[in-house]
Design a binder for this molecule. Structure first.
Ligand SMILES: Cc1cc2nc3c(=O)[nH]c(=O)nc-3n(C[C@H](O)[C@H](O)[C@H](O)COP(=O)(O)OP(=O)(O)OC[C@H]3O[C@@H](n4cnc5c(N)ncnc54)[C@H](O)[C@@H]3O)c2cc1C
Length: 390
């Protein structure tokens, strides 16, 4: 068993960390206030950051999931509010789904614009009545000649405003057979500029640098060519995308936790109280030791999940294990990040609570993945418990 990344992967990580440390980390405050800078998004395409697992013929890197997880960790480390990581992991995961299931025409029309940073690509699954039970969605798509007529509502959708202003859209789930449960769901590429599609902003607790919206679809005509893969198979494509995204969520959260822990450790090293540095109080240094250990454990689990996703593509016998590990990673990474960030805020006292230190922005960002983004924690427990109990 080899716990080291390959030499190429290490070089890739080092170069990316250097690039993001220079171009993204100094702008965390700006991202929190005004959103992910457009010049960063366009510039980062030079290092192949966007939708990196998609094939080279449509502008991607054909990156493995392990490489993509390493990149997610570095993006989270640089922008620990997690806004940029949200964009990174949506484009990687849903770009992958579009690349592997979409027609050549659709792939060619959308993915080169996504990999170049010009367009945003996200996913629109959740509806007002709930997100965990994907099979219960109500948005309907009816075939009408050369297009589908789509009506319904989507809720808590990341990146709606970015897709509106930059270009791009979302992979939308809709019912093409209302009587067939999850077997009646299809996936479509929904351009954000579609007539009949309106959006409203949702104000969130954190990750303010990227929008979250509600979407209203009033008889939106989606060209038949925008159907991803086959009719009524969208649920399976979505589960593939979510499983993959969950590994990246964990990696991004752990990168962010690493960055915030480093800030906290510096504080423990330098701050004095009652004539001692904080590091000399074992209640704090032991807490730091516990958190650092949990972070390390969560990273190993996340790397194993990414490795299993890659292996499952060649060896179907571990496909189920990859799903379990991805759920375990999503269950673990955000909670570890949450706990690390909360402790660092406590160590820093009033400074930790202030917006100036930005640590609280990391805490609010990580909380999105504890609360439900990319799947609620209890849904991860459902996936795991069903598999371990049989
Ligand atoms: C910041 C943010 C961004 C998001 N971006 C997107 C996006 O881009 N696209 C998208 O489609 N969705 C997005 N979502 C929605 C996300 O996918 C949902 O929050 C998630 O699927 C959970 O759905 P829900 O919030 O409706 O909670 P519900 O499904 O209503 O669940 C509520 C609670 O009940 C628990 N629960 C549900 N079922 C069970 C069960 N069987 N057993 C035990 N407990 C259960 C859940 O764990 C949760 O705590 C986003 C969410 C957030 C917070």
């Amino acid at each position: 068993m080899d716990f080291a990344l390959s030499q190429e992967e290490e070089i890739f990580r080092r170069n990316l960390r250097e690039f993001l440390g220079r171009s993204l980390r100094p702008r965390v405050g700006e991202i929190e206030e005004r959103g992910i800078p457009r010049d960063f998004v366009l510039g980062a395409s030079s290092v192949g950051l966007w939708a990196m697992p998609v094939s080279e013929e449509v502008g991607g890197q054909g990156a493995s999931w392990l490489e993509t997880a390493v990149a997610a960790e570095e993006v989270g480390r640089a922008d620990f509010t997690l806004a940029t990581a949200v964009m990174f992991l949506l484009e990687a995961s849903w770009g992958y789904v579009l690349d592997s299931r979409g027609s050549d025409e659709l792939r060619g029309a959308v993915l080169p614009k996504v990999t170049s940073g010009e367009w945003f690509l996200g996913v629109a699954s959740t509806e007002p009545q709930g997100g965990s039970d994907v099979a219960a969605i109500r948005t309907s798509a009816r075939r009408d000649g050369d297009h589908y007529s789509v009506t319904g509502q989507k809720m808590y959708i990341s990146g709606g405003m970015e897709a509106r202003s930059w270009g791009g859209g979302h992979l939308l789930l809709a019912k093409t057979d209302a009587s067939a449960g999850h077997r009646g769901i299809s996936m479509f590429y929904l351009p954000a500029s579609s007539p009949g599609l309106s959006m409203g902003p949702i104000r969130n607790m954190g990750r303010s640098g990227i929008s979250t919206v509600s979407m209203y679809l009033d008889d939106v005509a989606i060209p038949a060519g925008n159907l991803v893969g086959r009719e009524n198979e969208g649920f399976y494509y979505a589960m593939d995308g979510f499983n993959r995204a969950r590994v990246l969520v964990s990696a991004a959260c752990l990168g962010a936790a690493d960055a915030v822990l480093e800030i906290g450790l510096d504080h423990l090293r330098n701050r004095e109280a009652f004539g001692h540095r904080l590091r000399d109080f074992q209640s704090l240094s032991f807490e730091a030791a516990d958190l650092s250990t949990r972070l390390e454990m969560a990273k190993l689990l996340t790397y194993e999940a990414a490795w299993a996703v890659d292996r499952a593509a060649e060896d179907r016998s571990i496909a189920d294990r990859a799903i379990t590990l991805a759920a375990m990673a999503k269950l673990t990474g955000p909670q570890v990040a949450h706990d690390v960030m909360k402790s660092v805020i406590m160590w820093m006292g009033a400074l930790g609570y202030s917006r100036d230190a930005l640590v609280e922005a990391g805490f609010r960002g990580a909380m999105s993945y504890v609360a439900g983004a990319e799947g609620a924690l209890n849904v991860m427990r459902l996936i795991i418990s069903r598999r371990i109990l049989g």
